[in-house]
Design a protein around this ligand. Structure first.
Ligand SMILES: [Zn+2]
Length: 426
C-alpha cells in the first residue's frame, strides 16, 4: 500500500498536479527593468516564403510566422533554425511555421535556436485558428545534463526540441503559442465594438502602417473618471492577450455591476501595443528593435508615444483623472508587478483590496505579487503612476497557466475591480 502511495505521489509531483511542489515564482530579476537606451537598434528582417525539401514544403509567409532556416538531415528528419529580430534579447524564442506534404508522411523537426534555448512547448493546428498542445509523446526535449534536475524558469530550458509531425497536403501549423496576430485581435475588437457603449479611435499608425486602435468603453460622456488597459507589448505573450480579452469582455457584460460601472468610469483599451512585432513574428521588440516596455520614460518609440500623447490629451488641463492602469503580459508563471508608492494615489489602496477580493473569490488561489518603486521606472505601470498618480500594475500570466484558469481569474479580476471602484464613489 505504501509503495503504491509513494508511486502515486511521485507521479503527481512530476506530472505537475501537485501545486505545493511547484516553487513560488519570485519574478524577473529586478535589474531587468533598469533604464536602457531605447533609440532605434537595427533588426534583421526575416526572409519569407516557401521552401520545399524532399516531400515537405515549409512556409513562413504569413503574419506571426518565424522560421529563419530549414535543412533536411534525412528522409524523416529536418532541422529548423529560429533566430531573434536582433540581440541582446530576452529568452522568449518565438517560432511559427506551416508544413504541407505531397503525400502523407510523418517527420521529425528539430527546433534549434540562435543564441537561445527552447522555451515554448509546441502548439499544433490544422486550420490556423484552433490550437492544441502537441502530444507529449510527439515532442522530445533535449536537455543539457546539468539542467535535467531543474524544473523551473530559464535555468531549466532545453537546448532544443524534436517535434513529430504528421504531414499531408492540407497545411499543418506549428507555433510556440496559439497564433494571435494583429488581424485576429482586430476581429476580436470588432466584436467588442458591437456594444453600443463601446467606440474606437485610431490613435496612431505603426511604422509599418498598422492602425493603433484604442477602444473606449463607458457611458459617461465627460470621461471624468478614466482607466487604461494595454497589452501585447511583447509578441510571444499570448497568454496575457487571453487574459486581456477576458478582462475587457467582462467590463462589457450585461450585469448590474457592469452597467453601474460604465455609467461612472470610462475605460480605454489598447489591446495590441506592438502590431508590427507580432505580425513579423518577433521575440520581443518592435520594428525599431526596442523592448517597448523599457521606453515609458524616454519615449523614443512611436508605439509608446501614441499612448502617452493620448492620455496627456485626455488628462492634462482637464478635470479628468486616471484612476487605474493595467498592462497584460506573460512570463514563467502568474505574478503581478505593482508600484510601491510613497504618496496616496487617485484611488489609494485599490490594488491591495483587489488582491484580497481575488483571493476570497477564487478557491485555493494566493496572489503572487512584487512591488517596486516607480520613481526611476521605465515600464508602463511606473509612467501611469508618476505622471497621472494612478494605481497601476503589470498583470503577468504564466506561459503554461491553463487557459481556463487564465480566463476565470481575469473575469473575476474585472468583476472585483468594478465592485471596488464603485465603492470609492460612496
Ligand atoms: Zn512582457
Amino acid at each position: 500500500m505504501n509503495k503504491i502511495f509513494t508511486f502515486l505521489l511521485l507521479f503527481f509531483t512530476f506530472s505537475g498536479f501537485s501545486q505545493s511542489a511547484k516553487p513560488k515564482f519570485e519574478g524577473q530579476a529586478t535589474t531587468s527593468t533598469d533604464k536602457v537606451d531605447t533609440r532605434n537598434h537595427a533588426i534583421i528582417p526575416q526572409w519569407r516564403g516557401k521552401k520545399t525539401l524532399g516531400n515537405i514544403t515549409f512556409d513562413n509567409d504569413f503574419d506571426g510566422a518565424r522560421l529563419n532556416g530549414i535543412t533536411q538531415n534525412n528522409d524523416t528528419l529536418y532541422t529548423a533554425i529560429i533566430a531573434a529580430e536582433n540581440y541582446p534579447i530576452n529568452p522568449s524564442p518565438w517560432y511559427a511555421f506551416k508544413l504541407t506534404g505531397k503525400k502523407p508522411s510523418t517527420i521529425w523537426v528539430n527546433l534549434t535556436y540562435l543564441n537561445a534555448k527552447h522555451r515554448y512547448f509546441p502548439k499544433i493546428s490544422r486550420d490556423g485558428k484552433t490550437w492544441q498542445v502537441v502530444d507529449s509523446t510527439d515532442c522530445v526535449l533535449v536537455k543539457d545534463p546539468e539542467a535535467k534536475n531543474r524544473t523551473f524558469q530559464e535555468n531549466a530550458l532545453s537546448e532544443s526540441a524534436f517535434v513529430r509531425i504528421r504531414v499531408d497536403e492540407k497545411p499543418t501549423w506549428i507555433s510556440a503559442q496559439e497564433l494571435m496576430t494583429s488581424a485576429i485581435v482586430n476581429n476580436w475588437s470588432k466584436g467588442i465594438l458591437k456594444n453600443k457603449f463601446v467606440s474606437s479611435e485610431i490613435i496612431g499608425k505603426s511604422p509599418q502602417n498598422r492602425p493603433f486602435q484604442c477602444l473606449r468603453i463607458g457611458e459617461d460622456k465627460t470621461d471624468s473618471k478614466i482607466m487604461i488597459v494595454i497589452g501585447r507589448l511583447h509578441p510571444p505573450e499570448v497568454t496575457g492577450q487571453f487574459a486581456l480579452q477576458a478582462f475587457v469582455e467582462s467590463l462589457c457584460m450585461d450585469s448590474e455591476i457592469a452597467k453601474k460601472f460604465r455609467k461612472e468610469y470610462t475605460v480605454f483599451v489598447v489591446p495590441m501595443m506592438n502590431p508590427d512585432g507580432v505580425d513579423n513574428g518577433h521575440w520581443r521588440h518592435n520594428t525599431g528593435g526596442i523592448d517597448l516596455n523599457r521606453d515609458w520614460s524616454d519615449f523614443n518609440q512611436p508605439e509608446t508615444q501614441f499612448v502617452r500623447d493620448f492620455l496627456r490629451k485626455k488628462l492634462n488641463g482637464t478635470k479628468s483623472k486616471l484612476y487605474f492602469g493595467i498592462d497584460f503580459h506573460s512570463t514563467w508563471d502568474d505574478i503581478f508587478y505593482t508600484n510601491l508608492t510613497e504618496s496616496p494615489t487617485n484611488m489609494d489602496g485599490l490594488i491591495k483590496r483587489w488582491f484580497g477580493a481575488l483571493e476570497q473569490a477564487i478557491p485555493d488561489y494566493k496572489v503572487n505579487s512584487r512591488g517596486s518603486k516607480p520613481a526611476s521606472g521605465v515600464i508602463s505601470k511606473a509612467f501611469f503612476n508618476k505622471e497621472f498618480n494612478a494605481e497601476a500594475l503589470v498583470y503577468e500570466v504564466g506561459d503554461n497557466t491553463s487557459r481556463d484558469f487564465t480566463i476565470l481569474k481575469s473575469k473575476t479580476a474585472a468583476e472585483k475591480l468594478m465592485i471596488l471602484s464603485l465603492e470609492y464613489l460612496k
